[in-house]
Design a protein around this ligand. Structure first.
Ligand code: ATP
Ligand code: MG
Length: 405
């Protein structure tokens, strides 16, 4: 079906009171960014609805992108025809044919805001319904509970037909909740946590620690690629990489083995806070789930959380691993997350980290380190990239070869 536009219904708007304007402006801006690579598409965010005009663009990839944008409750692909009833008949028949399966029922529901149009709503319902029934053998009418509801909207600037309502990503437009810093590893949990935070409207920046030569370029590329997947719903995400080698080597030499993990995590958290303060972040997000591994007991959280008063939000804290995996599969991060490239934590993980570290001991062992100096040097090595949809970080060499051909 050659749809001409997509009509978008907002999500959770009723609960937001005076923030409606911010919600709509953000959603409009985010949609422009998310669809930036479709040059003919035009977006109009109005108070009650958003209209995405396709202007000849193939609707399928645009619909797929729209499905990922937070703040959208439902949306419908629409065909606009001129105010010509024969065009309405033809389009209605084509549209219902595409959806029809034997045994299905339908009804026509007309709205007429242009009262000058010569047919009234009853006449349109009846005539369009009759035409469609004649054209599709086996189709029946059910006005109470139809399988397909064809909406016909008669407006001054044309007649709009739609018959599909697609569920959107829900949540709030990214940015309406302010900025957060996501501690993104290459694992399964943190990309899911990032997704859930973004769904609440958080403008997320990714912070990733890497430890060359102990971790490979591929581990870094994997974290960027995960960011690329997440960027598809917002158009662009900042990716902040922080070199962690010196800190890990120093901790390994200095701190007793049982506390390597705790002290490393304290340093990661300090650095992430430093980035948040620099960049206007208001909270830190991570992928910790209670009880999964040694670093994820409440004692451990207490011993690590000690270095900051900034809120730490753990969107997946109470989920089972199977629930997290299910989301990861749905948002297309799972396949990447299970690629084998080790991240920096796995490599310096002691064989038996303390599952219930003691806060005072963590503080004491840490005094053996030059914390300020280590932090300063790590922050000097920070690199910030803007990750956009469609970039292939896992196979950069292929892109180079392609250029040479
Ligand atoms: P994940 O699946 O997200 O890696 P996990 O269950 O493997 O989580 P850990 O590896 O113990 O748990 O990490 C806990 C959290 O610490 C991660 O979810 C992530 O937020 C943060 N983290 C771990 N390693 C890194 C890293 N290299 N860079 C940034 N954050 C990290
Ligand atoms: Mg991990």
């Amino acid at each position: 079906m050659q749809y001409t536009e997509i009509m978008v219904r907002y999500g959770e708007l009723s609960t937001k009171g005076k923030n409606i304007k911010d919600f709509i402006n953000r959603l409009g801006g985010n949609t422009v960014k998310a669809l930036h690579d479709f040059p003919d598409v035009q977006i109009y965010a109005k108070r009650d609805r958003m209209h995405i005009e396709l202007n000849g663009t193939d609707p399928e990839p645009v619909l797929a992108r729209v499905k990922m944008i937070f703040g959208i409750q439902t949306f419908s692909p629409v065909v606009r025809v001129d105010q010509d009833i024969d065009a309405v008949y033809a389009t209605a028949i084509e549209m219902i044919k595409e959806q029809f399966k034997p045994g299905m029922t339908f009804k026509v529901q007309t709205k007429r805001s242009d009262k000058n149009f010569p047919m009234d709503t009853n006449a349109i319902n009846r005539e369009v319904g009759g035409m469609v029934l004649d054209a599709i053998p086996g189709l029946e009418v059910d006005v109470k509970n139809p399988d397909i509801e064809l909406l016909v909207d008669v407006r001054l600037n044309g007649i709009f037909l739609s018959s599909l309502t697609i569920k959107g990503a829900g949540g709030f437009p990214v940015g309406t909740a302010g900025k957060g810093m996501m501690m993104l590893s290459g694992g399964i949990d943190s990309p899911v946590a990032a997704y859930l935070g973004m769904k609440r409207g958080v403008d997320m920046e990714m912070v990733h620690f890497f430890s060359p030569p102990y971790t490979t370029q591929q581990a870094l590329a994997k974290a960027k690629q995960l960011t690329e997947v997440l960027s598809q719903s917002v158009g662009a995400i900042k990716f902040i990489s922080i070199p962690f080698t010196e800190i890990q080597e120093t901790i390994k030499e200095t701190v007793p083995e049982g506390y390597l993990m705790t002290v490393q995590r304290r340093m990661m958290l300090r650095l992430t806070c430093a980035m948040a303060l620099k960049r206007g972040g208001m909270a830190i997000f991570n992928g910790e789930a209670l009880g999964q591994v040694a670093s994820q007991t409440m004692e451990s959280m207490m011993a690590i959380n000690d270095v900051t008063t900034m809120p730490i939000i753990r969107p997946v804290v109470s989920m089972d691993k199977t629930e997290i995996i299910e989301i990861a599969k749905n948002i297309d991060t799972y396949a990447l997350s299970i690629l084998p490239f080790e991240d920096c934590c796995t490599i310096f993980a002691p064989p038996s980290p303390k599952t219930r570290p003691d806060l005072e001991k963590a503080r004491k062992y840490e005094q053996l380190l030059d914390i300020d100096g280590l932090m300063e040097r790590a922050l000097d090595g920070v690199e910030i990239d803007t990750v956009r949809p469609g970039t292939d970080y896992m196979h950069p060499q292929q892109a180079v070869f392609a250029e040479l051909l």
